[in-house]
Design a protein around this ligand. Structure first.
Ligand SMILES: NC(=O)c1ccc[n+]([C@@H]2O[C@H](COP(=O)([O-])OP(=O)(O)OC[C@H]3O[C@@H](n4cnc5c(N)ncnc54)[C@H](OP(=O)(O)O)[C@@H]3O)[C@@H](O)[C@H]2O)c1
Length: 331
């Protein structure tokens, strides 16, 4: 089979290469062998390849944390046997999905409904589950609450805007390109502000004079620091990414005098602490909300596996306007 590999961490467009004629991996007991159909290029994949992620690659490594494929074989166990022949969303933190065949734990493949396209099924887990878990399970947003979010024009940000419309919380959205203001308003954003229009705490005060109670930030650096500084008394901010790769700068006095909480959120860690029932309920909710369009992704382009370098370059381009997808096989 063919797979993408990197032998040392670095910029994805430089270090990735295609390896041909390698044997397909063998599933161990409790695992399944999946023939991959498609896999998105997420910011986490690029960070992993760059050696800047919470999981250290065992080199040489194949990237790709999510995707869609067909279960070809089981390494043993009831769940694997039940999944055989099914089209499934593939969550993979071990071998990597950017390959014609991969193996993962049977409990990390989720059957997807026929009406969901391969593209949507390939983006079934990482962003939809994060959007739901952060807003519902962790922050517990109630109708009428304000949520401030940066990088609001990204795929996850847009899901959160649509979730707000369904769940009743209001979104105050920060973007870096003014072209996105109208696009996000059409999606249902309550307020959209542009980073370059002035310090965020001042812009936020025009909407919520006492500051907001809830915020989420995947940007870090100056933007992330200003998101935290926009919180009001008792405010809570989840940090869930590091897109600028820059540290935060926040005065401790602001945190303590405002009784503000700043926490990290990582879906992989959250999921490890949950029981099977919670995870099955989450998969059901994602499936239903994908069907309704709330948790769907938009796509900027699709590339064959062989053009992975072009694909990762596209995925890292500012303003790309949707997910970049690797098409690996056909049904
Ligand atoms: N913690 C978790 O468990 C978890 C789970 C899922 C996702 N995430 C994180 O969530 C973030 C968004 O993911 P996604 O799939 O929505 O990505 P995406 O579709 O590529 O969108 C990224 C968004 O961030 C903006 N952006 C990128 N670099 C920026 C910078 N330096 N300053 C300000 N804005 C910047 C982009 O703006 P333009 O449109 O102008 O390019 C775009 O709107 C990523 O950091 C990802 O790692 C975390």
């Amino acid at each position: 089979m063919k797979r993408v590999v990197f032998e040392h961490p670095g910029p994805a467009a430089e270090v990735l290469r295609i390896q041909e004629d390698v044997p397909a991996p063998q599933p161990a007991r409790g695992e399944v062998l999946v023939r991959m159909l498609a896999s998105p290029i997420n910011p986490s994949d690029l960070m992993y390849i760059g050696g800047k992620y919470g999981i250290t690659p065992k080199l040489p490594a194949t990237p790709g944390f999510e995707g869609v494929g067909i279960v070809e074989a089981s390494g043993g166990g009831i769940l694997g046997w039940l999944r055989k022949g099914k089209r499934v969303a593939v969550i993979n933190d071990r071998v990597g999905n950017w390959a014609e065949y991969t193996v993962t734990k049977a409990r990390q493949v989720v059957p997807v409904p026929d009406e969901l396209s391969d593209e949507q099924a390939a983006t079934f887990f990482v962003n939809p589950a994060t959007a739901l878990v952060m807003t519902k399970a962790v922050l517990g947003l109630q109708p009428g609450d304000w949520l401030l979010q940066s990088a609001a024009g990204g795929e996850l940000g847009k899901m959160i805007i649509r979730l707000g419309k369904v769940a009743g919380f209001r979104t105050l959205n920060v973007v870096r390109r003014c072209e996105q203001v109208e696009e996000l308003k059409k999606l249902g954003a309550d307020v959209v502000i542009v980073e370059s229009d002035g310090p965020l705490p001042e812009q936020v005060k025009t909407v919520a004079p006492a500051g907001v109670r809830f915020a989420i930030d995947p940007v870090g650096g100056k933007t992330g620091s200003e998101v935290i500084a926009s919180l009001g008394y008792g405010g809570r901010c989840l940090l869930y990414g590091s897109l600028t790769d820059e540290p935060l700068s926040i005065h401790p006095r602001f945190l303590l005098s405002n009784n503000v909480r700043v926490e990290g959120f990582w879906l992989a860690s959250w999921a490890k602490q949950q029981g099977i029932r919670t995870m099955l309920k989450l998969f059901r909710q994602v499936r239903a909300m994908m069907r309704e369009g709330v948790l769907q992704s938009t796509f900027a382009a699709t590339y064959p596996l062989e053009e992975v370098r072009k694909a990762v370059e596209h995925a890292a381009t500012p303003g790309k306007g949707g997910k970049v997808l690797l098409r690996i096989g056909t049904r």
